[in-house]
Ligand binder design. Structure first.
Ligand code: MRU
Length: 341
């Protein structure tokens, strides 16, 4: 990820510490949080200092390695790391891998966590390579949430093809859906695109049908948090609405995700646990005033309750294709089983 001309990774482990870009402070300030213990890293996942399926996968692997370094009971630590965010498959994938490696030695656990983080970068880069031809010169892409650099260790999933197309000289325009309540699109995706010099507009979450009905979108690309064996895909709340509208107007709807996001043990989307987050995320917003001072203000009717499911499931039937590091596949049992074999 390039920020003001310097390359960064979203998250890395050095020695016993994990360093991550503090995504709760973006786009207003750019800084790293150091997590010295596995509990710190768990806390960072839970409060979304680090977020996005791929990035929390890397964070979870590092947390598991830190737990081994600290000689914690690995069973207990694995349970607590898994409990931080229940929907993203990559988190569980990384905990299981590093847990297994740590049964041999602490060193093996650290090496496995580092290897998973490197694989995360390679997979995201290859998603970009396979997805890039979908983007013609002059294409207008609608995306949702943040499935870019910040959602992975680098490159991202949904935005990786966009970055490849742009760096290869194509003209691309991105509509970044704001993604209430935490506004990952308005804050993070827009910040990434601005850094990369890609033309874009932030659009309200409810603008998708308008844009697509007016012929302003050529394709939709989103990320994924968990993909069931039949291709049903959990992603940030609001994704399913985009898919329904895309189908209505005959616009291709692609999901981009690495193999680590597929979950063959979950036959259909019905079995995916959907994280429910605090009502405060709906009721309050934080941002700077004109002097740059951060404030948290209430934006809803005081006293009203709020319901905050963090993800929804788009049935496979609505998905044109899934862009993976091994190529683009149809979202069905056969294609997915073959890919993972
Ligand atoms: O911000 P999160 O962690 O709650 O949301 C997860 C996501 O980033 C998205 O759903 C994304 O599209 C998945 S891939 C980075």
């Amino acid at each position: 990820m390039r920020v003001s001309g310097t390359d960064y990774l979203t998250i890395r482990m050095e020695g016993e510490s994990v360093f991550m870009i503090d995504q709760n402070l973006l786009p207003f300030s750019f800084s790293f949080r150091e997590c010295k213990t596995w509990e710190d890293t768990c806390d960072a996942i839970r409060i979304m200092t680090v977020r996005g399926a791929g990035a929390i996968g890397a964070a979870a692997g590092f947390a598991m390695a830190q737990a081994y370094i600290a000689s914690e009971d690995p069973e207990m630590a694995a349970e607590r790391i898994r409990a931080t965010r229940p929907t993203a498959r990559d988190l569980f994938f990384a905990v299981d891998r590093v847990y297994q490696a740590g049964q041999k030695s602490v060193q093996a656990a650290v090496e496995e966590a580092q290897r998973l983080a490197r694989n995360n970068i390679d997979a995201a880069r290859n998603i970009g390579k396979y997805g890039e031809p979908l983007i013609r010169d002059g294409a207008r892409v609608l995306t949702h949430c943040n499935a870019g650099w910040l959602g992975f260790v680098d490159y991202g999933s949904a935005l990786s093809p966009v970055y490849m197309a742009h760096r290869g000289g194509k003209s691309v325009f991105v509509y970044a859906g704001e993604t209430r309540p935490r506004s990952q699109g308005a804050r993070l995706t827009a910040w990434e695109l601005a850094n990369e010099g890609i033309d874009h507009s932030i659009v309200p979450d409810n603008a998708g049908a308008y844009l697509m009905s007016k012929g302003m979108v050529d394709l939709v690309i989103t990320g994924a948090d968990r993909i069931a064996a039949n291709g049903d895909t959990a992603n940030k709340i609001g994704t399913f609405e985009k898919a329904i509208v895309a189908r209505q107007f005959g616009i291709p709807f692609f999901v981009a995700a690495p193999l680590s996001t597929f979950d063959l043990s979950t036959p259909t989307g019905e079995g995916i646990e959907i994280e429910e987050r605090s009502a405060d995320e709906v009721n309050y917003q934080t941002g700077p005033d004109k002097e740059g001072q951060l404030h948290t203000i209430r934006v809803t009717n005081p006293g009203s309750d709020a319901f905050n499911p963090a993800f929804d499931v788009t049935p496979a039937d609505f998905i044109t294709g899934i862009i993976t590091e091994k190529g683009i596949i149809k979202p069905d049992n056969n294609a997915i089983a073959t890919l993972l074999r």
